[in-house]
Design a protein around this ligand. Structure first.
Ligand SMILES: [Fe+2]
Length: 240
């Protein structure tokens, strides 16, 4: 159960037909949700799913939303709340969307907004190379693309080894082949190596970007992965 906000008065919608009142209410919801996400995720978390990850996802998702004409309010709320009670850590598909919905309800956010945000969080995660994905709204696509962009490029490389260490993955074992998982369960419980994770997920993400803006972002980040693997392999084999 999420805590109720202590400053509910600051975000109460005084007149649902008045644009200025709606804007004030929404600004308060974003402000409170930012504080909530930062407190829940923390800045000392060491798996790469910390507050700064969420902050980057929020910024990139809003940039994508602007280019794609998506609703920035839905996008920002889903980005801020998307990793709270994440299924990889909680072991539950429902805990994350439930926590997000409870938080938004506690702020008095409209039902349709709460439902949309919780739905995005429920279905946006990557759950294995061969696991079919559920189609998302445009707003969901912006958040999913931004989350996936943070898994590739220079930051993605840093995060894959941070998370790999957390779940005790070896860095590399040339005797182990990548596994293109066919179920979410085998993906989450995989004991494969961090280098294999590039082949099992990271290198696949460029082709799975949903928005044109996300695809543009992904191009250079994908190239960074390819270059890194080329250098890693050359050093591993003593070629340079
Ligand atoms: Fe994330």
């Amino acid at each position: 159960m999420v805590r109720r906000m202590t400053s509910a008065g600051q975000t109460r919608m005084t007149d649902p037909d008045d644009r200025a009142s709606i804007d004030r209410f929404r600004a308060g919801v974003i402000r409170e949700t930012t504080l909530f996400a930062r407190k829940e995720l923390g800045v000392e978390e060491s798996t790469g799913h910390d507050w700064w990850h969420v902050d980057r996802v929020r910024m990139v998702a809003l940039n994508i939303a602007e280019c794609e004409g998506a609703d920035p309010y839905i996008v920002e709320l889903a980005a801020l709340l998307h990793d709270i009670e994440d299924y990889k850590f909680s072991g539950s598909d429902e805990a994350g969307p439930r926590a997000a919905a409870e938080w938004l309800i506690s702020l008095g956010v409209e039902d349709e907004v709460t439902k949309e945000v919780a739905g995005i969080i429920r279905w946006m995660s990557f759950r294995g190379a061969k696991v079919e994905e559920v189609p998302l709204s445009l707003e969901g696509e912006c958040v999913q693309d931004a989350d996936r962009l943070d898994a590739i490029g220079a930051i993605g490389i840093a995060r894959v080894f941070a998370y790999g260490g957390h779940v005790k993955r070896p860095i590399h074992n040339p005797d182990m082949a990548p596994d293109l998982h066919t179920s979410a369960e085998s993906y989450v419980t995989s004991k494969g190596t961090s280098i294999n994770h590039f082949h099992e997920k990271l290198l696949l993400l460029k082709e799975r970007m949903k928005t044109p803006t996300g695809r543009r972002y992904a191009d250079s980040r994908h190239e960074r992965l390819v270059e890194f693997l080329r250098d890693f392999d050359a050093e591993w084999t003593g070629a340079k």
